[in-house]
Design a protein around this ligand. Structure first.
Ligand code: PLP
Length: 459
């Protein structure tokens, strides 16, 4: 990063959780039993777990203290009101509906706003988001800039929306067929890339002129805000908290997986400004999640979330969080190993297409690379390529995405710099032996979100 000082952690360690390193023979057995799908490994067999940054954060002593203040009343819990107050203060949305995690909020907003035959543009798809849009009868349309699909392109804001693509779609389908645009901050599937405020303001203007709403997938909004502060002219002296609020102010509603940015192990919410929509959402949440003042969360979890939100936008925290990811990425890059650039906010994405050029995409290069990495040193990453993309809902064919990646996602406040060094060494070891990787075939494939539960065999 531009800053010459180390990103060192703004905390010290108060409690430790032992991890174990099993032998290569044991790992071989474990990955076979898991059908070469890292989602099906038992965590006790994993040494450094970079599967996801979702729900894997270490909570602070303040958050743990908050857990003791849980008001477990069925209705009207104190913690709900605290959470509501914090969301209003930090994000600026008026109404909140708690949910057990992000996809539940996606379910509600999709069902409420999408009609059969609608189109929902967004800056790249996310697995659960797109599925809920489709289940509600909509079709997702990718309107991210082309640069986002090129892992070598150095564009500083690869999550930007291509305004021409968006306007063409609106003109082609008609604004009445487009209930909203999904704007994700720090786009996961593009490698943790940010959207600029300039672009978001333009999207807002365009949407206003056609009367189209914007729904913000704010799962990693603070990480996006950090990149804006680093890269976007005019925001150098803004606080991350102010940038976060500015982003939210340009959108009409938000879905949040609090398991990421907001530093809790479970939780999420739907945030809205429209009272009518809020009333409908309250009615729906009680069917699927729970009463609108807990929506699938315990009181203590809402308290930990309220505190987590306040910590998530602190400069020291976010500098170290993104700094650790940059540290790992720079290290792997210096070894000459192809990764997505610029290095993203929540993980390092290995470019499996370039690492395994001898495997065609139907041999599932990223899935194969993730399995090889586990075998080498017990490091668990996740496939983000053709397996995650799924099948075309009309033709049943695999969707071959341009990006075929293995994501090494860094949990927040969990691992040390020495762990990052071990990860880089293992990536290098696998890279040196890459020609021995022969690819995988599906042996079991579930219908929905297949990457979670599919099983594979070595070709
Ligand atoms: C994790 C995630 C979701 C879904 O949230 P869950 O809490 O896992 O249900 C939605 N969007 C993005 C960008 C995510 O990373």
């Amino acid at each position: 990063m531009q800053n010459k000082r180390s990103w060192a952690e703004p905390y010290k360690i108060k409690m430790v959780e032992p991890v174990r390193m099993i032998t290569r023979e044991q790992r071989q057995k474990a990955i076979e039993e898991a059908g070469y799908n890292t989602f099906l490994l038992r965590s006790r067999d994993v040494y450094i777990d970079l599967l996801t940054d979702s729900g894997t954060s270490a909570m602070s002593d303040r958050q743990w203290a908050g857990m003791m203040l849980g008001d477990e009343a069925y209705a009207g819990s104190e913690n709900f009101y605290h959470l509501e107050e914090v969301i209003r203060e930090y994000y600026g949305y008026t109404y909140i509906v708690p949910t057990h995690q992000g996809r539940a909020a996606e379910h509600i907003i999709s069902q409420l706003m999408i009609k059969e035959g609608d189109f929902v543009p967004g800056n790249m798809y996310f697995t659960t988001t797109r599925l809920h849009q489709e289940l509600a009868g909509g079709t997702f349309v990718d309107v991210i800039i082309d640069e986002a699909h090129d892992p070598e392109n150095q564009h500083p804001f690869k999550a930007n929306i291509d305004l021409q693509k968006l306007e063409d779609l609106i003109k082609e389908k008609g604004p009445e067929r487009i209930p909203y645009v999904t704007v994700s901050t720090s786009v996961n599937m593009a490698g943790g890339q940010p959207i600029s405020l300039e672009n978001l303001r333009q999207v807002r203007q365009l949407c206003n002129s056609y009367g189209i709403k914007i729904v913000h997938d704010m799962t990693r909004v603070a990480e996006n805000a950090w990149f804006i502060k680093q890269r976007e002219p005019g925001f150098e002296n803004w606080t991350v908290a102010a940038i976060v609020k500015e982003i939210c102010s340009l959108t009409d509603a938000a879905t949040m997986s609090a398991k990421k940015d907001a530093l809790v192990n479970i939780g999420g919410f739907l945030a809205l400004n429209d009272e009518n929509l809020y009333n409908l959402a309250c009615n729906m949440v009680v069917v699927y999640e729970g009463l609108h003042t807990y929506g699938g969360m315990a009181g203590r979890d809402m308290e930990a979330l309220a505190i987590g939100i306040t910590e998530s936008v602190q400069e020291d925290h976010i500098r170290a969080r993104v700094g650790q990811v940059q540290y790992l990425g720079e290290k792997i890059k210096a070894m000459g190993i192809p990764i997505v650039e610029p290095i993203g906010s929540h993980g390092v994405f290995l470019d499996a297409k370039r690492i395994l050029p001898h495997l065609s995409q139907d041999k599932l290069p990223a899935q194969s690379l993730a399995a090889a990495l586990y075998l080498d040193a017990g490091i668990r990453g996740m496939e983000r390529g053709v397996v995650s993309s799924g099948r075309n809902k009309d033709t049943g064919e695999h969707i071959y995405p341009k990006l075929e990646l293995v994501r090494l996602t860094i949990p927040r406040r969990v691992y040390t710099q020495a762990h990052m060094d071990v990860v880089a060494e293992s990536v290098q070891a696998v890279y040196e032996e890459r020609e021995a990787i022969t690819g995988l075939n599906f042996v079991y494939e579930p219908e929905y979100l297949r990457f979670f539960q599919s099983r594979f065999a070595v070709i």
